[in-house]
Design a protein around this ligand. Structure first.
Ligand code: GRG
Length: 308
């Protein structure tokens, strides 16, 4: 699959402009997502899938995938189907997470949640549709990548989304609901799986597509695990400190639900310190890549400084 737009990755090393990079990447990803999912019969399901897929969001997961592919010597064209698929899986997890049977949320990405617009039945099916289409999309649209690497990507992603990843993390989260004695170990398990597994898959799959060595995959995996946890700590902090307008979803839900979170265990200041330490450790993993790692290093910093 060849991208219509030039994704413009070359930056002078000394002055990496992350804001411009993120805006350009987001624009190109929006275009690719839009054309990935046309509306055909039965229209209702495609409209529901598109409603959430094209509702905005930071597009951090596809951006990470493309950046990692380039770091490992690949091109954005090689990785764009996988990058889109990652956003489809992320979006489906948000649709299901917002359902009355889970978090029961009315707003997501500044819009009414999928089930509020289409009803619970269609929202469940829209999530299922996005999940299955993600795998079809990688398998049918990836070009100029050896089949073995495509297969490895699909397998990695299946594991990350499944009971050993997102689903497992969500199950332990659901089971922990209403409990005030959730241990740090359990909290770490929940977030390493429900948030970390997909972020890690973004970084690792991008590099698999580029044909990275096992040693480089290991470094990138450790980088991503650390930023995944830092991302969740910041998410917990923002739930307390940010407004609904900034977040695009209901603020203060964790406190309201009496949920154990990093700030509830450590306080906000210590949580910020821990997130910052995780980002520093993550960045240290990429030292061997030199200036090729600039985008990923800048994204790691963005994770702790973001406001939504
Ligand atoms: C994957 C089959 C399958 C099922 C999903 C519901 C569920 C099982 C898992 C829940 C996963 C979940 C909602 C994790 C939270 C991750 C998180 C921090 C989301 C917010 O991500 P952002 O801030 O959002 O990147 P935007 O809107 O910017 O994309």
């Amino acid at each position: 699959m060849v991208l219509a737009t030039e994704m413009g990755s070359s930056q002078p090393e000394s002055s990496f402009d992350l804001s411009t990079y993120l805006v350009k990447r987001k624009e190109a990803i929006e275009v690719a997502l839009d054309s990935a999912l046309p509306v055909i019969y039965p229209e209702k399901i495609y409209e529901a899938m598109r409603y959430s897929l094209l509702a905005g969001g930071k597009r951090l997961r596809p951006i990470l995938c493309l950046a990692s592919c380039e770091l490992a010597g690949g091109t954005t064209s090689m990785a764009i189907p996988t990058a889109c698929a990652l956003e489809m899986i992320h979006t489906m997890s948000l649709i299901h997470d917002d359902l009355p049977a889970m978090d029961n949320d009315d707003y997501r990405r500044g819009k009414l949640t999928n089930h509020k617009v289409y009803g619970e039945d269609i929202a469940i099916l829209a999530g299922d549709g996005l999940l299955t289409y993600a795998f079809e999309f990688i398998a049918t649209k990836t070009e100029n990548v050896p089949p073995q690497q495509v297969l490895q990507t699909i397998a990695y992603l299946g594991r990350a989304a499944g009971a050993g990843g997102l689903i497992g993390g969500q199950v332990v989260d659901v089971e922990s609901e209403g409990k005030t004695d959730v241990s740090l170990e359990t909290l770490n398990y929940i977030h390493a799986h429900k948030t970390g597994a997909l972020l890690e898959a973004c970084v690792v799959c991008g590099a698999i597509i580029a044909g990275a060595s096992a040693a480089d995959l290991q470094r990138l995996s450790r980088f991503a695990q650390n930023i995944g946890l830092a991302f969740q700590i910041v998410d917990d902090i923002l739930d307390i400190t940010a407004t609904q307008e900034e977040l695009g979803k209901t603020a203060g839900k964790d406190v309201q639900a009496g949920k154990v979170t990093y700030p509830s265990l450590w306080g906000i200041e210590e949580s910020r310190r821990q997130a910052s330490q995780l980002v520093d450790d993550a960045k240290a993993q990429l030292a061997v890549f030199g200036s090729k790692a600039l985008p990923l290093l800048a994204i790691a910093d963005f994770i702790t400084s973001r406001s939504n």
